[in-house]
Design a protein around this ligand. Structure first.
Ligand code: NAP
Length: 325
């Protein structure tokens, strides 16, 4: 059983703890918050939790792995500190805001004999293994992946405030928040793209509300849509020489149906996990307990590719975070 510490006291941390406990591999033991009262309120639904408001004291306490769900621009510094104290790190997506930060975390993890995982949950869904196997003997001609969902923070934004997810200080925006899922799916299925571009509707601080991108592969393109001020109900599609594979969505996939050029259909055997985060929580625990270095290095490489592409796409749209201005 892995002892779990948590940074970040919003709903997503409860959601991850629920999945972690359901996996039977973790026990929450410590919570860090900027305020002790917030940590206490957060922890009140669990038992025997140590509470901290000093990050260093938290990281010195006896747990094995930390789940970090803070605003994006804080991820790098907090993860680096945790690794330096010998903790394995499960870092919410987007793990970093610059490609070189990911390289730094990789090196720091290796030096401290720890694992670092980016919690990009669709990458670890069993559905994508099924889809990849199905595509193995097919010629891919393109794909259309989207993730656009009207944000619960939109009313706040429209009232003149800047919630963290729309803030340049905290490295927010549609591409970083939701666009990362289509990019992870593309890399999981097709490998690293050679180049990428992105155009977006942007706030005055340059942060994107929604946008369209292209990932360029040698023989085809993957079109990406990300949005936080719009909702897309479109399915996702992968075009092959033999027909089209239609996924109901790009994360927490429930159905994948292949339709050939004659209209015949094959339903892929997709088993949707009961909880959006159980597959990644269980996968990370297994990797810590029974390491598979080849697989782990693949994960790190793929995450590096994602962050390279996110950076290129941000530059092409002119999205600049406060630390870069
Ligand atoms: N995997 C998923 O499905 C999923 C879903 C939602 C979000 N996420 C990711 O989870 C992360 C957190 O997202 P969120 O929407 O929960 O963020 P958030 O509400 O803005 O912040 C999360 C936590 O960070 C701390 N925090 C907030 N503002 C801060 C500030 N100015 N300085 C320092 N700490 C601050 C707060 O904890 P304390 O007050 O306790 O310090 C807060 O509970 C993001 O990286 C996001 O992409 C992932």
């Amino acid at each position: 059983m892995l002892k779990l510490g948590v940074i970040g006291t919003s709903a997503i941390s409860h959601h991850f703890i629920e999945a972690a406990h359901a996996s039977g591999e973790y026990q929450l033991v410590a919570v860090y918050s900027r305020k002790l009262e917030t940590a206490a309120t957060f922890a009140s639904r669990y038992q025997d939790i140590q509470l901290f408001e000093q990050l260093e004291d938290f990281l010195k306490s006896p747990f094995d792995v930390v789940y970090i769900a803070s605003p994006n621009s804080l991820h790098f510094v907090q993860a680096k500190a945790a690794l330096s104290f010998g903790k394995h790190v499960i870092l919410e997506k987007p793990a970093v805001t610059q490609p070189q930060e990911w390289l730094d975390l990789r090196q720091t993890a290796e030096k401290n004999h720890c694992f670092i995982f980016e919690a990009a949950r669709n990458y670890h869904e069993e559905a994508f293994t099924t889809i990849k196997n199905f595509l193995a003997d097919k010629q891919v001609l393109g794909a259309d992946f989207n993730y656009a969902k009207y944000s619960s923070k939109m009313p706040d934004l429209l009232a003149g405030h800047t919630p963290n997810v729309f803030s340049d200080r905290f490295a927010g925006g549609a591409l970083m928040d939701l666009g990362i899922y289509p990019i992870y799916a593309a890399i999981r299925l097709f490998g690293k793209a050679q180049d990428a571009t992105y155009q977006a509707q942007q706030l005055n601080n340059s942060i994107d509300l929604n946008g369209d991108g292209i990932l360029f592969y040698p023989d085809f393109q993957v079109h990406i849509k990300a949005g936080k001020n719009i909702t897309s109900n479109l399915p996702c599609e992968i075009y092959t020489a033999d027909g089209t594979l239609t996924l109901n969505t790009i994360e927490h996939v429930r159905s994948a149906i292949f339709t050939d050029h004659q209209g015949n259909q094959i339903q892929l055997p997709i088993q949707q996990a009961p909880h959006t985060m159980t597959e990644e929580a269980a996968t990370f625990a297994h990797m810590i307990q029974q390491p598979d270095q080849t697989l782990y290095q693949n994960w790190l490489d793929d995450a590096g590719s994602v962050h390279d592409l996110l950076y290129i796409m941000r530059q092409s749209a002119g999205i600049r975070f406060e630390a870069e201005k």
